[in-house]
Design a protein around this ligand. Structure first.
Ligand code: ADP
Ligand code: 5GP
Length: 192
């Protein structure tokens, strides 16, 4: 191994999107197709959903434990999202990047901006819906949220969409196959 190989750091990819735009769909696709990519499991004070696996989907924790992490400066970024608290634990990510392993974060837009402030080389990808009507249709058809929550997420989506120019890449998730190709190419650019 030459000197430049030993110094090569991993890349930090951050995907963000209005709720319902297809972030989870894209994230799962990227993880299935990039077995060496490390997914950063976030801490949250939210209750687990029935299908969620503890420490795989999230590190579910009490507000007290979350506050301890916050006070000990353990988070790379953190935010309140729809009434719950979320944070990205710094240490596992920095360790991977140092070893040359690429890392994927799935965070809200506030968190993505904090990451960019701290790690300017982070690559921010904003997934957008083809239209607000389609976003609403997807949120309703997923059937995981109440009417009140859907309305709240749609209002928040307007605000998030207004900030989309801030991000390094924007991927419109209209035809799923096209969006998958586009995001896949951001992570592993094809040789021309
Ligand atoms: P998010 O994680 O951003 O909230 P999801 O990945 O859960 O969004 O997607 C929201 C809903 O839209 C899901 O039911 C998903 O299957 C569906 N969906 C995702 N991408 C597309 C697409 N390109 N066309 C149609 N439906 C989609
Ligand atoms: P959910 O609770 O539906 O899984 O996620 C709600 C929102 O919180 C999504 O926008 C998701 O990207 C965001 N989120 C998940 N983990 C984190 C995190 O560690 N930090 C921040 N800022 N947002 C997160």
């Amino acid at each position: 191994m030459n000197k430049s190989d030993s110094q090569k750091k991993g890349k930090l990819f951050v995907i963000t999107a209005p709720s319902g735009a297809g972030k989870t769909t894209m994230r799962n696709y990227l993880l299935e197709n990039n077995p060496d990519l490390y997914f950063s499991v976030s801490a949250t004070t939210r209750q687990p959903r029935p299908e969620e696996v503890i420490h795989k989907d999230y590190h579910f924790m009490t507000q007290e434990k979350y506050n301890n992490h916050l006070n000990n400066n353990n988070f790379l970024e953190h935010a309140e999202v729809f009434g719950n608290y979320y944070g990205t634990l710094k240490q596992p990510i920095l360790e991977r990047l140092e070893k040359g392993i690429d890392v994927l974060l799935d965070v809200d837009t506030k968190g993505a901006k904090q990451v960019k402030q701290k790690i300017s080389e982070a690559i921010l990808i904003f997934i957008e819906p083809p239209s607000m009507e389609e976003l609403e249709r997807r949120l309703r058809s997923r059937g995981t949220e109440s009417e009140e929550v859907i309305c709240k997420r749609l209002r928040e989506a307007e605000f998030e969409m207004a900030q989309r120019d801030f991000f390094d890449y924007r991927v419109v998730n209209d035809v799923l196959e096209d969006a998958r190709k586009e995001i896949g190419n951001i992570l592993s650019p094809r040789e021309i």
